[in-house]
Design a protein around this ligand. Structure first.
Ligand SMILES: [Zn+2]
Length: 430
């Protein structure tokens, strides 16, 4: 995947904002929330994302793609969380979209979490006619306008609200780093299934109610949305999008269920890369089945949560970290290799910490941040505000495998990210 090459220029301004933010006393204030949802299903065939082997344009739509926006306000502080059913904001679109959104609504960079659910059955975004298919460029321009418009609607919709948090577990994600041996007895790590490997099965649910009615059920779960795969040409939100749609169907009109992909760089759904929605002889297609299981757990958790917090502290901070880098395609890092940047955005909403990582973070890293977080609950969001590619923990480099090979980070980068994320969370909870 294409990545950013250096910290964007708006970042130096944002780094100063961290210092200012950290020294400001954090006061709780009345919570106000606004929501908006917009259909982003492509209107014409598009080139799809995530697999270099998939060259043709999409053929038909199984289920709609959406962008879901939650705007939160407490006192003078705002936070805008955007969940988008696309692979990621690649090809410079993260910086471009963020700049346009922040300018239009006078947001500081750390107040915006622009996130992708990482469905591999969605268009590849691009604003560059030399790189993207003309249909994709047209789609991406419309996507930018739709997101700007939806964020405006969510901000206009701000009204008194209450929130509550619950935690469940869902087994649909599995560690995918499988050790495979050949006839000579040599072994290597392949993309497969490794049920013995670390997998974060936590489902964190944030339930928001206004006028005593549930308005939004946000959930955070770590899996790739890759049940379909390179052989699939049908547009779909895959397991994550199908879970969002399940929750919205159960609760009915007026409720929105945005998903935020957790640290899932090495996590795939148990069924992976099946090209079709197979319905023969009453069979439930695997993406629908797994999406339903995840959606069921979200509903199950949400039913037990009674939103009662109406006075919360909101705060956020941003840093672009210049981390030890290496070339993609190698395992060893050259001594003089330039650093690889990664955008790190953290926030608090009452006693909920939020960590947005601008890359594809392996699950061990998310689990380590959660473990050391000073907050009762911490959402880990990957594919947020940037696309720096795979970030593996140091101990996996000697094993090799796809995520290590393609990573642009050298061993030790992940450990710096964990330390900084935890420090930034602590600074928001003095
Ligand atoms: Zn991925």
């Amino acid at each position: 995947m294409k990545q950013t090459t250096r910290c964007a220029t708006m970042v130096s301004v944002l780094l100063m904002a961290i210092v200012a933010g950290a020294s400001t006393p954090l006061r709780a204030a009345a919570l106000r929330v606004g929501t908006a949802m917009v259909d982003i299903t492509p209107a014409e065939p598009v080139r799809m994302s995530g697999y270099a082997s998939r060259k043709d344009l999409s053929q038909g739509i199984h289920d709609p793609l959406s962008a879901r926006v939650i705007a939160l306000e407490a006192g003078d502080e705002r936070l805008v969380l955007v969940s988008t059913d696309v692979l990621g904001f690649y090809d410079g679109t993260a910086d471009d979209f963020r700049r346009a959104i922040c300018e239009k609504y006078n947001l500081r960079g750390e107040q915006l979490f622009l996130c992708a659910t990482h469905t591999h059955s969605a268009p590849t975004p691009s604003l560059d006619p030399d790189k993207g298919h003309e249909n994709n460029v047209r789609y991406t321009r419309q996507l930018r306008e739709k997101l700007i418009d939806a964020i405006g609607k969510a901000l206009e919709d701000l009204a008194p609200a209450k929130m509550g948090v619950g935690v469940g577990h869902c087994p649909i994600g599995s560690n995918r780093r499988q050790r495979v041996s050949d006839s000579q007895g040599d072994s290597q790590i392949r993309l497969g299934r490794n049920p013995y490997g670390p997998t974060d099965k936590q489902v964190i649910v944030l339930k928001i109610a206004a006028a005593d009615k549930p308005r939004a059920i946000l959930f955070n779960y770590a899996t790739h949305a890759t049940c379909l795969g390179p052989g699939n040409y049908t547009i779909s939100g895959d397991v994550i999008g199908l879970a969002e749609q399940f929750v919205e169907k159960i609760y009915g009109a007026g409720l929105m269920a945005p998903a935020f992909a957790g640290a899932s760089g090495d996590i795939d759904p148990w069924f992976r890369v099946l090209p079709k929605f197979d319905e023969r002889e009453g069979w439930i297609p695997e993406p629908v089945l797994l999406g339903t299981f995840l959606g069921e757990e979200v509903v199950h958790v949400a039913e037990r949560v009674n939103p009662s917090a109406d006075d919360v502290a909101i705060a956020s901070a941003f840093a672009c970290l210049e981390l030890p880098g290496k070339a993609a395609g190698t395992v060893e890092a050259a001594q003089d290799h330039p650093p690889t940047p990664l955008n790190l955005t953290v926030a608090r909403i009452g006693d909920v910490g939020v960590v947005g990582l601008g890359g594809e973070v392996l699950t061990e890293i998310g689990m380590a941040i959660k473990e050391a977080s000073p907050f009762a609950h911490t959402l880990i969001i990957t594919h947020c505000n940037g696309t720096a590619g795979y970030l593996p923990p140091k101990n996996l480099y000697p094993e090799g495998g796809y995520e290590i090979q393609t990573s642009r980070f050298a061993p030790g980068a992940a450990e710096i990210v964990i330390k900084r994320a935890v420090e930034m969370l602590h600074a928001l909870k003095p």
